[in-house]
Design a protein around this ligand. Structure first.
Ligand code: FES
Length: 208
């Protein structure tokens, strides 16, 4: 009769990792982390570049003349030199241009208006139509053949000189250029104006 009281059942063998399994696990973890980084970083970087691009490149110059050699800062008017009356009668013209902010491009935005007239020698002069008194719009008064502001009765000659003491200065004359196909040409009929606004209520002409 055999004695079985001292015998014990052997514990089942624990499975052991095959050789090299630990290194494979580390590699898988590194690869997973790398792929996670790529999945997050690439779209974020592309989005960031797209978002910041306008700021990095800077804003485009305002005005149609922004990229035009000798007319930088000038805006092309929708009238030609030969359409301005030779008898000196002023013509009101709206000034419109494309504008950019950091992310948007706006086409044909009104930025102001001007009075154009031909002097007796055929030279074209241009005035900002904003009254230098308090900023109303100056009209042409046909009965008096002068410029007149209806808000507080400022008056100006057709050369822009003030004729009463209400406005602090004369009308604001602007720089004008003639051109052909966007290139400065003193015989061209395109009219380009360097449009600016100026501070009201001051005797000095201060651009704003
Ligand atoms: S705003 Fe033109 S007269 Fe006052």
């Amino acid at each position: 009769m055999s004695d079985t009281s001292s015998q014990s059942i052997p514990a089942p063998e624990q499975p052991t990792d095959p050789p090299g399994a630990g290194r494979r696990n580390v590699l898988v973890e590194i690869l997973t982390a790398f792929l996670s980084f790529i999945i997050v970083a690439v779209p974020s970087t592309i989005g960031g570049i797209f978002f910041l691009d306008p700021l990095v490149r800077g804003r485009k110059p305002k005005g149609d003349g922004g990229e035009t050699g000798g007319l930088t800062g000038f805006i092309k008017l929708p009238v030609t030199a030969d359409s301005i009356p030779a008898d000196g009668t002023p013509v009101a013209v709206s000034v419109r241009t494309d504008q950019d902010d950091a992310w948007n491009h706006y086409k044909d935005v009104p930025v102001g208006s001007v009075w154009l007239r031909k002097t007796p020698v055929g030279k074209i002069i241009v005035f900002n139509s904003v009254c230098p008194h308090l900023g109303c719009s100056v009209d042409y008064r046909r009965s008096e053949n002068d410029f007149f502001c209806p808000c507080h009765t400022s008056c100006f000659t057709l050369d822009g000189e003030k004729t009463n003491d209400i406005p602090p200065r004369g009308m604001d004359e602007l720089e004008i250029a003639t051109a052909t196909d966007g290139q400065p040409n003193e015989n061209g009929v395109e009219l380009w104006v360097k449009f600016q606004n100026f501070r009201s209520t001051t005797s000095e002409k201060i651009a704003i």
